[in-house]
Design a protein around this ligand. Structure first.
Ligand SMILES: Nc1ncnc2c1ncn2[C@@H]1O[C@H](COP(=O)(O)OP(=O)(O)O)[C@@H](O)[C@H]1O
Ligand SMILES: O=C(O)C[C@@H](O)[C@H](O)C(=O)COP(=O)(O)O
Length: 329
């Protein structure tokens, strides 16, 4: 039986990315900097309005798993794509990164592979408009218990809470992983996703999870406060490991009463898409290979810095080489 260092479960989304200025966002009614769920028709309108589109595999936790796979972790991803051109493109890309894409593309049915129309502003901020398609059908049936149960670390995507079936699949994966002795954690995903499911998120973190990774806005949103320190303290009361990123302003790790602050060298991103996801890839790579939390965060920062230096949510550089040059491997 194969064992995994890292398994992720989340939406398998193809990203369609283009540049747009803020007046375009306003004109099209797109809220800057967040993920908005959209219907198919709206997706088609936005797709048609995109100039110089770049198509690339995305999905938040899927990006993390692909990044970890590229770093050499034994990894698998549990997600759902249709057996269409986008779905096959997606599955192949995961396999090329050395990741086991556990569920083969699903034939038949009406719903196509998920896609997100992402607009990158001149300041590098990304605004995502996601049509969930077949991802919205992800359910417990898609969770292979032998995969979840043989995982050292299981990383779950907060966005799955937007659908009841996804939430059930998520819980099942977490429980199977725990039964097998692994650790489970969540990528909080988005402050508005927290807004939609706050009570469930808090119960899950307190009762099921070993770690939480989120950005400043997401951690604050958990406790409906603008006071980051208060939100961090409250999150640490219910979870043994809390990792909070603050874009170019540093990372804070709270673990069993200890605090570690790791600085970040601030830059203007070319495209911020995937910053949090690649930070998580580096951090989890560090955890899976037994590094201390400061080193995990530093590895995360290097992975995030690479991904924001180009268009697209997954690494383009040889990350092993980059981390070696930084003295982190
Ligand atoms: N402007 C920036 N300069 C340098 N690093 C950045 C910048 N923005 C993001 N990062 C890197 O990406 C990580 C995640 O960014 P953040 O914006 O907090 O998360 P998310 O992408 O989830 O919103 C940060 O911890 C940092 O390593
Ligand atoms: O899952 C989505 O709806 C969008 C993803 O496809 C996208 O790649 C993404 O989540 C980017 O991550 P982030 O910028 O780190 O939030």
């Amino acid at each position: 039986m194969k064992t995994y260092q890292l398994v992720g479960i989340g939406n398998a989304v193809v990203d369609v990315i283009s540049q747009a200025d803020d007046s375009f966002l306003e004109l099209m009614g797109i809220e800057k900097g967040i993920m908005q769920l959209i219907e198919k028709d709206r997706g088609e309108v936005l797709y048609g309005a995109m100039e110089g589109r770049v198509q690339t595999p995305g999905g938040s936790v899927a990006n993390t798993i692909a990044g970890a796979g590229a770093l050499g972790l034994e990894s698998a991803f549990i997600g759902r794509v249709h057996d269409d051109a986008l779905g096959r493109f997606y599955a192949d890309a995961m396999n090329e990164d050395g990741v086991d894409f556990v569920n083969p593309p699903v034939p038949g049915g009406e719903l196509p592979t998920s896609r997100s129309m992402i607009f990158v502003s001149p300041d590098g901020e990304r605004s995502m408009n996601t049509y969930l398609g077949i991802s919205s059908e992800l359910s417990s049936k898609d969770v292979a218990s032998d995969v979840a149960g043989s995982s050292q670390i299981m990383f779950l995507e907060g966005y799955l809470f937007d659908k009841e079936k996804g939430k059930a699949a998520f819980l099942e994966a977490a429980r199977d992983c725990h039964k097998g002795g692994g650790k489970t954690g969540i990528a909080i995903s988005d402050p508005f996703c927290v807004e939609r499911h706050r009570t469930d998120f808090l119960l899950l973190i307190e009762n099921e999870l070993d770690f939480v990774i989120g950005n400043e806005a997401e951690i604050k949103s958990l406790f409906e406060t603008d006071d980051l320190e208060a939100a961090l303290a409250k999150t640490a009361e219910i979870c043994p490991l809390v990792v909070c990123t603050r874009s170019g302003d540093g990372v804070t790790v709270l673990h069993d009463g200890q605090r570690t602050d790791v600085p970040v060298e601030k830059v203007v991103p070319v495209d911020a898409t995937g910053a949090g996801d690649q930070f998580a890839a580096g951090f989890l790579y560090g955890m899976a290979t037994g590094r201390d939390y400061e080193t995990c965060a530093r590895i995360g920062n290097v992975c995030a810095r690479e991904v924001i230096s180009h268009i697209g949510p997954r690494p383009e550089a040889n990350m092993i080489e980059l981390l070696t040059v930084e003295g982190l491997l």
